[in-house]
Design a protein around this ligand. Sequence first.
Ligand code: ADP
Ligand code: MG
Length: 653
Amino acid sequence: MEIITGKGKVLIMIEQGLKKYFGFHKFKTGQKKVISNIVDCQSAAAIFPTGAGKSLCYQLSAMFLPHMTLVVSPLLALMKDQIDFLLRHDISAARLDSTLSKDEYNQILEKARNGNLKILMIAVERFKNERFRAQLKRMNISLMVVDEAHCISEWGHNFRPDYLKLPAYKKEFGIPQVLLLTATATRRVINDMCHKFEVPRNNVMVTGFYRNNLYLQVSPTPESEKKERLLQRLNESPKAPTVVYVTLQKTAEHVAEFLSNNDICAYPYHAGMADEKREEIQNKFMAGEIDCVVATIAFGMGIDKKNIRRVIHYDLPKSIENYSQEIGRSGRDGRSSFCEVLANRDKITVLENFIYGDTPEKQAINKLLKIIISYNKPVWEIKYTTLSYELDIRLLPLKTLLVYLEMEGIIHHKYTRFEEYMFKYHIEPLEIVNKFKGERRTFVKEIFNNCHTKRIWTYLNMQNILKSYELVERERVIAALEYFSEKGWIELQSKQAIEGYDILKSDFNPHLLGEKIYRLFETKEKKEIERIHNMIDFFESSSCISRKLAQYFDEDIKKDECGHCSFCRTGPAVIEHTIQLPPLETYNYNKLTDEFIKAAGINCNPLDIVKFLCGISSPILVKLKAKQLEHFGILEKYPFLMVKKWVNEANNE
Ligand code: ADP
Ligand code: MG
C-alpha cells in the first residue's frame, strides 16, 4: 500500500474513493472529517442523526485500511441493509449470525482469516462465544466500529451491559483503531464513551440535529383533555401523514379506536400485535393508504417515509434522546412539519417507579456473591431466568450485575450452550437413518431412539443418548442435528440457554464488594431519575427549544432563537400535575394488600408489597401472578418512595 502523507492527499484520495466505490459525488456534512481521521490511523466518533450517513463513514474508510473492519452492533437485523448495500457495490462484506449453516459460517471465518473480507459484522453477543474469540485472535483487524455506541454509557438512554466489555476486547484482539457511531449522545455520553475507548476529543464530529423545517410545540394538556385535543389537531388536516406516539400498547389501541370512531383513518402499531398485521399497517402507511398510526416506540426503526407531516407525543417520550429520534422522522423531504407534545406531570411517577423497580436489593447482591464464593465446580453454569427468580432481580439488571462482576475480575463469561433441543421432521426419521451406513447409521438411529414426539415437536433426550451410546459426546449429537437441519430434513430449535462462567476469584470480602456493587446500581438509578427530570426541564425550557435540543447533543446552531418553536412564538410552557391524588392515609392498607399477602405466603417481603401496589413487576410477582390480583398497580401514580414509607409504617405498627 502507498504510504500516505499530508492531509490534502488524504482528502483527495477519499473524495475519489467516494465516487469510485459508491458513486456518490459529495460528502454529507461531517463525513469527510470522520473518514479522514480514520484513514489517518486515528480513532474517531460520528454523532449524526439517523439517515445522515454514519454507516458510510466506516464503509468508505474500510477501503483504505490495510486489514479488516469489524462492525459491532446491538442488533444484527439492522445490518441487513448495510450488507446489501456493500454487496451491491462489490465490497466483500459478511455478517455472522445464527441463521448461517456451519459451512457458510466457516467459509466466512476462513475468508476473514485469509484477509479476503473487508468488512465483518457481528452482534455484540458474538463475543461471548469462546470459539469465535479464538478465531478473532487469528485475524488481522484494522478497525473496530461500534454501532449505537451510546449503549456503553450508563449516562445514555439505552445502556447495554455487554458494551462495557468492548474496550477490553479491542485491546485483547489488538485492534488499533475504533470508530464510534451513534444518533443520540449527549455531551456527557460523548465524554464517557470517548474516555472508555480512548478517542481524542478533537476527533468527535457532531452534526445535523438542528432541523429548520420542524415546528416544535409543547402544549400543556390536562390528562382528561388529551383525546379531544388530539382529535382537534388532526382535524386541522385529517389526511396529513401523522404518527402519534404513546407509551403503552393498550393506549395505542384505545386512541386509535377513538380516532377512527371520529373519522380519522388511524390504526394502532405496537410490539404486542401479530407480525403480519404490524407489517401490513406499516406498508399501508408508507404507501399513503393510512393517514395516521398510533404507535409505541416499536414504530420507527428502519422506517423511511419522507413526507410525515406531524409527530404528536400523546404521552411524554421516554427521554430527550427518544424525543429527538421520534420527531426526526417527520419532514424528511425538507418540507415543514409539525411536532407536538401533549404534556403534563401525571405519569412521571409511573416512569420513575420502573427505574426504582430495577435496582436490586442489597441482600440479593450479597446472596449472589455467596453463591459464587461457595461454588466449587470448575465452571459455574446458570440460567439467567432461574437466577433472576432465585434472586428476585429482573433480567436486565441481573445481566448488568454479572457484567459488573466481570469488570471486577470475579467471573468471566465462557460460553452459552443450550439445554433443550427440539425439531420437526420434514421427512420420515427412517428415511434419514437410511442415508447413513455403518457406525454412523447406528449413531443416527440411537439419536432418534432417544427422542420423543409430542404433537408437533420432537424432543431430544441428551442425557439418555450420552448414557446409552458410549462413543458419543454432546458436540457430536448437536453437530448431527445441525447437519440434518442444514439438509432440510428437520427444522431445529434450541431453547433454555445455559451460561457458563469461570470463577476467577472467590477470596473476596462479600460485604465490601456487595457494598461497592450496590453503590454502582444506586448511581445508575440516580442518573436515570435525573434524566426524566431533565426532560421535563427541557420541555419547560426558558429559551429556544430547537437550540436547547441541539445543545443537548453538543451541536451549536449559531443563533439564539429559531423562530419555529413554541418558546420562540409564545414563551415557556408550564407542565403541571392535572390529577389530584388523595393522600395515602385515605386508603385502607389491609384491604389493598390482603389478597397479595395471602398469595405470597409467609415469605412476603415488604418491598414486594410496595412493588405490587406500584404496579412494578418482578420475577417473584410474576410467579405469584400478581398482575391478576385486584389491587395490582392501584397506587401506580404515587411515588415509589412514598409508598415504601407507607408500607413500612403499616408493617411496624
Ligand atoms: P445512518 O447510518 O446515519 O443512519 P446511512 O449511512 O445509512 O445513515 O446513510 C443513509 C443513506 O444516505 C444511505 O442510503 C446512504 O447510502 C446514503 N448516503 C450516505 N452518504 C452519502 C453521500 N455522501 N452521498 C449520497 N448519499 C449518501
Ligand atoms: Mg445507520
